[in-house]
Design a binder for this molecule. Sequence first.
Ligand SMILES: *Cc1c(COP(=O)(O)O)cnc(C)c1O
Length: 380
Amino acid sequence: MKLETLSVHIGRGVDPATGEVAPPIRMSTTFERDVDGKFSRGFTYSRADNPGRRDLEQCIAALEGGADATCYSSGSAASLAVFSLLRPGDHVVAPIESYHGTAKQLRDIVAPLGVRVSFVDMTSLSKVTAALSGPAQLVWIETPSNPMLNISDIQAIAELAQRRGAVVCCDNTFATPVLQRPLEIGADLVMHSSTKYFGGHSDVMGGAVVTRDRGSLAERLRDYQGTAGNVPSPFDCWLIRRSLTTLACRIRTQTANAQRIAEYLTRSEQVERVFYPGLETHPGHDIARRQMAGGFGAMLSFCVRGGRDEAFAVAARLRLITRASSLGSVESLIEHRASVEGPHSVTPQNLLRVSVGLEHADDLIGDLQQALSQAGRLTQ
Ligand SMILES: *Cc1c(COP(=O)(O)O)cnc(C)c1O
């Protein structure tokens, strides 16, 4: 079955007892034992497993073409679950430019436990090769990256990593399985912040890790999830499962909007540079065309002519596009990333990142046009 059909039907069916078409929120924390003390119906206690969470996990696994998934209370809890697979003395290769919270976990939580972390420019295969000249246990990929929309070659990096026996995990939050399926081109694990496109409405936090097969990685993650206890609530599972039914529709419309906005921005005199993999001038365009079969995504960044003050002034003049963190929702959001990312940030000071929503592209372009048309003022 195709992704659109899976998103409506996996882990979501008519209840045979009642005929309910829409799934209920499964609140029970505990489950009845059989007379002999066993749990033949498969559920014991909600931290270990819960019917609503299982439905969500099966759906996310199916969308990514994986065998199993574990869900968490946030994307950060999901990345930490992957890092829990590491042991003192292990070596992780991670991108120099990624979601700043992932890099912070590696620096502040993982490295102090005795794990060596190499931050590498993943757009350069020779740099990845050099970083993998010795042993490595985990290679982390994020493509397109946050916030510069850099593209790294999943298949090529996975081949290099697997020669070293390293597990490859790809943060697929920006692309979603609608556009890119890393497990099909060599990754072992896919991680998601479900807070973004999976939830899609800026009203629920969550995370997921999908495994390509049912081997020991899946078992260790399942055991970690129940032991760490950082699980999503039944209501959060229900909200995300509900949102997945519209994922493909949202992504396609938001992606089409982003392509039009990126093209408009390249024509604006007040814009110095546009970062969007759907532009032929983007250095990762050819790789993106190959590995993002469904389109180039709904995230873009641009540098305002001038500096930090001019970028802030443009964001301040927008009326439709909201100044806020996060991404992947139905409403368009804009953010000055350098000031969010802190002292380790490599993001230009005049860069604004846009999460393109479901509004009409004409209205979004109109809003950017009026905000940018006054951009010269500050410097006159
Ligand atoms: C937001 C985000 C995360 C972290 O997810 P939370 O749900 O905020 O904890 C990780 N990776 C990427 C690419 C993100 O955008």
